[in-house]
Write a protein that binds this ligand. Structure first.
Ligand code: SF4
Length: 329
């Protein structure tokens, strides 16, 4: 029998790629990488090859001159280009190794941009600090969502809904959560939600931004939810905790529903918050059968078709801490 060697330092990707994925789960949001073109190209290429779906990631395309004198002019010109080309509702800015190393003050650049172009109908702009040498794609994911929650959510009256932050899972999982919420009679807002964006039907005509994602209005009203439920291991950049600290929405943490105990805990939280019952066990959504079904007309049967081969063997892998705790318990 061959000797088993466990992986201690798991494969990790660059921090802004996690931020870009989280941003793309919001309706009308364009991820904008403040750094060199190569970073954005790498992220586009990686995401497209994994999900087999088109995705645009904008870049401020910093060159040597900008690296020495600061990337402010590139940053502002890039946002204007993005507004012209994509007409976004939200620009999700993520920094890179380069801009963090030269100490770029991105919130100040955004402030200057808003003042300089106050006469234009500007989109909302949020910024996430994502130096790749200090974190993984999971840290970038949380940094982006924390920036969105801090920048977009407003104080509103209670509306009785529930916000679910599913963590770093697949489009099929996102679709399953929405279906489950609907069958339980819950007003469930998923943040982010790339079930359509990264697993959608073939288009008749090209669309600059794939339709789908969490509506901006739902994020603005997120503070009025009964609670924000975050799945997986609580993270130091938890958006649910940020929302609780800033606007008082209770944060709840529970496991990703994999396995009986974790699923019981997860459903227990939803039924308690929603005052509803779990769909009957024979229900297709609860059994998770349609978790494997693609959106109607999807080009690929499921994300798993593009899952990588590890050392010559097809592999099933947890998507980081979001699902690994439930899988390993
Ligand atoms: S330079 Fe940094 S931010 Fe850019 S792709 Fe490489 S690791 Fe990611």
């Amino acid at each position: 029998m061959s000797e088993y060697v466990s992986t201690i330092n798991a494969c990790k990707m660059c921090m802004p790629i996690g931020a870009a994925l989280a941003f793309r789960g919001i309706d009308g949001c364009i991820p904008y990488i403040h750094g060199s073109q190569g970073c954005a190209t790498y992220m586009r290429r990686y995401i497209i090859s994994h999900f087999r779906e088109p995705i645009d990631i904008a870049s401020s395309s910093m060159d040597e001159k900008a690296a020495v004198h600061g990337g402010g002019p590139n940053f502002k010109k890039g946002i204007l280009n993005v507004m012209r080309k994509y007409n976004p509702q939200l620009v999700g800015v993520a920094t890179t190794c380069l801009t963090e190393t030269i100490g770029e003050d991105v919130p100040r650049l955004v402030q200057e941009f808003r003042e300089e172009f106050a006469d234009l109908p500007l989109p909302e702009i949020v910024t996430a600090s994502t130096p790749s040498y200090s974190g993984t794609h999971i840290d970038g994911w949380h940094a982006a969502l924390q920036a969105v929650v801090n920048g977009v959510a407003q104080p509103v009256d209670s509306h009785g809904g529930v916000t679910l932050m599913p963590g770093f899972l697949s489009p099929a999982d996102h679709r399953w959560f929405k279906e489950l919420g609907a069958r339980m009679g819950l007003t469930l807002t998923l943040l982010p939600d790339f079930s359509d964006v990264l697993d959608g039907p073939t288009w008749e005509t090209y669309q600059p931004l794939a339709p789908g994602g969490t509506p901006m209005e739902a994020i603005r009203r997120m503070a009025g939810a009964r609670a924000t439920v975050e799945l997986g291991v609580p993270h130091r950049l938890s958006p649910a905790q940020s929302l609780e600290q800033r606007l008082g929405t209770p944060a709840r943490f529970t496991d990703t529903p994999i396995g009986l105990r974790a699923t019981d805990r997860f459903l227990g939280v939803l039924t308690e918050l929603g005052g509803c019952v779990v769909p009957r066990p024979a229900d297709q959504a609860l059994r998770g059968e349609d978790r494997l079904q693609p959106a109607a007309g999807s080009r690929v049967p499921h994300q798993s078709s593009s899952i990588r081969v590890l050392r010559g063997r097809p592999t099933t892998r947890p998507s980081g801490p979001t699902s690994s705790r439930s899988m390993l318990r």
